[in-house]
Unconditional design. Sequence first.
Length: 160
Amino acid sequence: MKKSEYTRSTVERRYDEMKPAFIKIITKYAEEHKLGNIENEILNCFETANLKKGFFGKIKTNYTEICITKRFLFWGVFTDKDEQGVGAAQWTDISEVREWKDSDMSNLIEESGVEMLGFLYRASSRGTWFIGLGNDDAGRKCTALFKVIAAKNSNQSINN
């Protein structure tokens, strides 16, 4: 099995401690899609530092920013110089959250994080996506929250 190129560590953050570019993009996204004031719905936020060894041993770092609200999951990958945008999904559209170690791909590469199955916000087809998390207390807490919230919302949408 191939080892991940990344060393990951996750920390829990307050929303106002998140990368300013992430906050700006989420705020703009919420305005454009008329989602209301999502700041009032925030449950938890996490940041994962993704370290990757580059040429000549130089360490490259990017950050996965995660914002969990009552209705939505927002995440994005950022460097200190670049922003790569934000992904968003409604919890009611996420049908499954699997720890990477339980995914089909885990036999190919050793990684830490979650694989999610569902619809990205306003997408017409279902897909899967990966969110890298540290194998640490905050990473495990984030994973547990993903699973609990997705299961709760999945059950609510079945019952409605």
